[in-house]
Design a protein around this ligand. Structure first.
Ligand SMILES: *Cc1c(COP(=O)(O)O)cnc(C)c1O
Length: 384
């Protein structure tokens, strides 16, 4: 928390606006829309709810296909199933770890052959890094398919000077407790289509028809954000830029201290993009480093330090085993490689340099003892 949250919460209590909707919600929506440069925003109860609304607005129905990034958290694709839709998973490419334009093109060619064009393409910006939006947008435009940008992890990031989350017909952000700013739980749907955002508000408040009695002709949801939580969001937005700076500094320190070890590669930042570095992610090539990400997770765990593997690709999840997947190359699945080799180090905005150096010391010790062992083995080999 930034310390200013209570000001907005107190206001809500003083005015007795302890309800979904209210002045904090309106202000939070306006602040976000201004910050990222779109015409409007709708505050909702979670990022997942925002994705669900976007799919609803794009008329995704039973058996409709939606193209979806495979390397992501399950919440990206679950709402496709809520609608009875059929996800088709698209691999990552190595430069952003996000949706591969090559794989997307293959998926479209296949869709043309089978006559099952997608209703939408759901593109994720992983760990705060924007996908290759120019290339992906051009392909989707060619096939006339709208984009939903899952920017749950990338608020505060930019692609060629334009805010992450503003490239599609709809963009979504998450304010879950683990994200770069939080309302404890919450999300935002953004768009330049203000008419569609009006419909989103309608759907998110139980789809109540304008009638003097309770009348409903459409299926709705209870998805709006409360006025209390929006108050937290308003003050969190004030510190977004400093949070991004803190996360980028954490990344920079890890990179400076660890990048020179053999087999260690940090998640890249594509030229002309600005990542919020929500999490510091890197890959470990076990052959070169002498230890696997699981080894490192266990070593950190022994010191009571929690690190995480990279998301397990959705096409490998039991839940999604019956759906199609298009890899980056005929013999190359980038998301699977990133999953096998990837690890996210502790990256909190409030992490002290002391804590970070503790993590770094453990990783260094593990890597240098392995390097020494490898060298000794090599010396044995050399000396016959
Ligand atoms: C967190 C997250 C979501 C879901 O957001 P919630 O607010 O937790 O529902 C969706 N997509 C990605 C990529 C996420 O990281």
């Amino acid at each position: 928390m930034s310390g200013n949250e209570m000001k907005y919460i107190d206001e809500a209590f003083r005015d007795n606006w302890v309800a979904p909707l209210g002045p904090n919600v309106d202000a939070f929506e306006q602040d976000i829309a201004e910050l990222v440069g779109v015409k409007g925003a709708v505050a909702v109860s979670s990022g997942t709810a925002a994705i669900h609304l976007a799919l609803s607005l794009l008329d995704v129905q039973k058996n409709d296909v939606v193209f979806c990034s495979s390397l992501t958290f399950v919440a990206t694709a679950n709402p496709i199933l809520y609608q009875g839709g059929e996800p088709v998973f698209i691999d990552s490419e190595p430069e952003t770890w996000n949706m591969s334009p090559e794989a997307l093109e293959e998926a479209f060619k296949d869709a043309e052959r089978t006559g099952k064009m997608p209703k939408a393409a759901l593109i994720v910006n992983l760990y705060g890094q924007s996908a290759k939006m120019d290339e992906l947008s051009a392909i989707c435009r060619e096939y006339g398919v709208p984009i939903i940008e899952d920017a749950a992890e990338s608020l505060g990031a930019a692609y060629k000077g334009k805010a992450s989350g503003t490239f599609g017909e709809f963009g979504i952000y998450s304010f879950n407790g683990n994200k770069i700013i939080t309302t404890s739980g919450g999300g935002m749907l953004v768009s330049n289509n203000t008419e569609a955002l009006g419909r989103a508000r309608f759907l998110a408040t139980q789809a109540k028809d304008p009638a003097p009695h309770y009348q409903h002709s459409q299926l709705g949801y209870n998805y709006r954000l409360s006025n209390i939580l929006a108050g937290i969001g308003r003050s969190q937005l004030e510190v977004l830029a400093s949070r991004v700076n803190q996360r980028r500094a954490v990344f920079k320190t890890y990179k400076r201290e660890l990048a020179h070890f053999p087999g260690i590669s940090f998640m890249p930042e594509l030229e002309d993009t600005f990542s919020n570095r929500w999490l510091t992610a890197l890959t470990i090539d076990e052959g070169l480093a002498g230890l696997s990400p699981v080894d490192l997770l266990n070593l950190l765990e022994q010191e009571n330090i929690e690190a995480r593997p990279v998301w397990k690709p959705l096409h490998l999840q039991p839940l999604f085993q019956n759906y199609k997947y298009f890899p980056h190359g005929r013999t190359e699945s980038v998301s699977e490689r990133l999953f096998k080799r990837g690890i996210c180090l502790p990256s909190g905005s409030n992490m002290t340099l002391y804590d970070q150096m503790r993590v770094i010391a453990i990783v260094k010790k593990a890597l240098s003892s392995k390097v020494r062992c490898n060298n000794l083995e090599n010396i044995d080999e050399l000396s016959g």
